[in-house]
Design a protein around this ligand. Structure first.
Ligand SMILES: *Cc1c(COP(=O)(O)O)cnc(C)c1O
Length: 443
């Protein structure tokens, strides 16, 4: 686990006089539903209509201060894109997050019938998932706002990301999780010194409780009262993809959906790059991926109705098991408006996809990525993805977080309960003869 401190790029210069809205780049918060403005702060609900709040920028100012040259001159990490993020200056302390590789995936692409497939490999952030991006921005804002305790409601990866960020900043962390979470994720958060609070219930129960605790304590819940800033962190995936492609967008982006923040903000990220004049504006189709056992957005997409909550998620993809997604209807809008789709992938296909990704590309990813690779396949078969199109799939978490998924071996017909797919053979004596005899039995 890296604890490297980031090297801070220079702050954004004062914009020149004469701009609209007196030259401020960050205008404040605004309601996504009714548009009413709110001052910046640890708030997330519009007092007028109870809609979700998001960060509002002045696009004219962003366009003037953001440049490819400035971005390219900075050290790796998500603060390269400072002019497109909701902080005034890069934080003095924090983990080295972002600048993950965009890898060409020719072997997996061939298996899926996609000629030009790229994988955005976010298995290698400091706490091994893309959640480090969201937490980096929320934690930086918390520091600016003078908040001294970090907390979160987590389906697993956010627990580790919040705990790691708090450790690097030297502040306490409280992470609230459904009690049935994968042990590896609980141990991970504990290792950073966080206080882990298991709750009897689903993620939605945990989240509801955290809304009350946030009001009561004033702690900075990264995905509750700091949610407008947290969500902005996911945009950096779009920024990095565009930069890695030589400042342009791909034809299709495939991304997992839990709350829908990642999916909607990646779409927003590409739009903001075009608004800022950093890339040409071209249509991008957005394909969302959900586990079939908890697929409220995919169900609404297929049925043409509203997003209806799923009460009891039934899937081994715990990182995506949000039955009542906060940004579900916005995720649905992104898929519809971009002529993409939302695919529901069953656990059997997900396990097979995890193995394809690992054995064809050398990337061991967690269950959410299996759902995403399954969605590439499903969308191509549906015709949403053409086989000659350029596709970027987001690999959002590391397989070491969900080792049980590998042991299931659901996809491998040669596996049995006694000898699951990919399990090691029985030990052999340390002699060449024993090895040769063993090799004989394998062929
Ligand atoms: C949280 C999570 C997601 C989805 O995030 P949302 O922004 O809530 O939709 C995807 N992949 C992994 C590995 C995650 O932990």
């Amino acid at each position: 686990m890296t604890t490297d401190l980031i090297q801070a790029p220079p702050a954004v210069g004062e914009p020149s006089a004469g701009a609209a809205s007196d030259g401020r780049r960050i205008l404040g918060l605004a309601c996504r539903s009714c548009g009413r403005p709110q001052p910046l702060g640890a708030v997330y609900v519009c007092p007028a209509c109870l809609g979700p709040l998001e960060v509002a920028y002045d696009p004219a100012v962003v366009r003037r201060v953001a440049s490819r040259t400035a971005i390219e001159s900075r050290p790796p990490g998500l603060w390269r894109y400072l002019e497109l993020l909701p902080v005034d200056a890069p934080p003095a302390r924090g983990l080295a997050v972002g600048s993950s590789p965009l890898v060409p995936a020719a072997r997996l692409g061939a298996a899926l019938g996609v000629d030009r497939l790229w994988l955005k490999d976010d298995t290698r952030n400091p706490s091994l998932s893309f959640k480090d991006r969201a937490v980096a921005v929320a934690a930086a804002k918390a520091t600016e706002l003078g908040i001294e305790t970090l907390a979160c409601a987590s389906t697993g990866n956010l627990a580790g990301a919040t705990a790691a960020a708090a450790a690097a900043l030297g502040v306490p962390a409280y992470v609230f999780i459904p009690a049935d979470l994968e042990p590896a994720k609980i141990d991970h958060a504990l290792a950073y010194g966080a206080t882990v609070v298991p709750i009897e219930g689903t993620y939605d129960d945990v989240n509801r409780l955290c809304l009350e605790i946030a009001d009561e304590t004033g702690w900075g819940f990264v995905n509750v009262n700091l949610r407008p800033f947290y969500a902005e962190g996911s945009k950096t995936l779009a920024f990095e993809i565009a930069e890695a492609l030589g400042w342009r967008s791909p034809d299709v982006v495939v991304a997992p959906i839990a709350s829908g923040a990642l999916f909607t903000k990646v779409a927003r990220g590409f739009a903001e790059l075009a608004d800022a004049g950093l890339i040409e504006r071209r249509p991008i189709r957005f394909v969302g991926a959900q586990p079939a056992g908890c697929a409220p957005v995919a169900t609404a997409w297929a049925g043409g109705g509203d997003v209806e909550p799923v009460r009891t998620p039934a899937t081994f993809v715990r990182s995506l098991a949000i039955g009542n997604p906060a940004d579900g209807r916005y995720a649905l809008e992104v898929a519809l408006a971009s002529r993409g789709s939302i695919e529901a992938i069953d656990d059997l296909r997900t396990a097979a996809a995890i193995r394809q990704l690992a054995t064809l590309e050398g990337i061991f990813a967690e269950t959410a990525a299996g759902v995403t690779i399954g969605a590439v396949d499903a969308a191509r078969m549906r015709g949403v993805i053409g086989n000659d199109e350029e596709v970027v799939a987001l690999v959002t978490g590391n397989g070491l977080k969900t080792p049980d998924a590998r042991r299931l071996g659901l996809d491998d017909p040669s596996s049995t309960p006694e000898r699951p797919a990919g399990s090691p053979s029985a030990p052999i004596p340390p002699s060449l003869a024993a090895f040769e005899a063993w090799l004989e039995t394998r062929s």
